[in-house]
Design a protein around this ligand. Sequence first.
Ligand code: RB5
Length: 142
Amino acid sequence: MKIVVAADHGGVELKELIKRSLVAFGYEVEDVGCFSKDAVDYPDFAEKAVQFILKNECQMGILICGTGIGMSIAANRYRSIRAANCSNVYTARMSREHNNANVLCLGARVLEADTAIEMVRVWLDTTFSGGRHQRRIAKFSD
Ligand code: RB5
């Protein structure tokens, strides 16, 4: 499975750590930036990442900014994107089980790096439950 990752300047350091973990977990990674701490605009990087998912070049995405909020708002403007801004391992797991999230958003300024990496591991290991949850997400998403 190929995962697209993106960050703004607030998330670039955590992106590098997560990228290393993804490779160690055995995933292919597409990194669309940013690549330095120079200030950038998170919607530009959310857009770049989302395009890889919409074109089926990546199956899932991980978007990181200071809080995870801007990235999640920007990514959720696309109907087939279900971006979850998660705050701990439990919400990361539930975003897969119940919401079939295809994008995980993380706040680099709110999460410890170890917690964020564990969230990524659990998020990618968790499958969608379907059933009544499929009916619910079909009401707002492709
Ligand atoms: C950038 O300073 C910050 O606003 C951004 O990383 C993010 O937290 C926005 O939601």
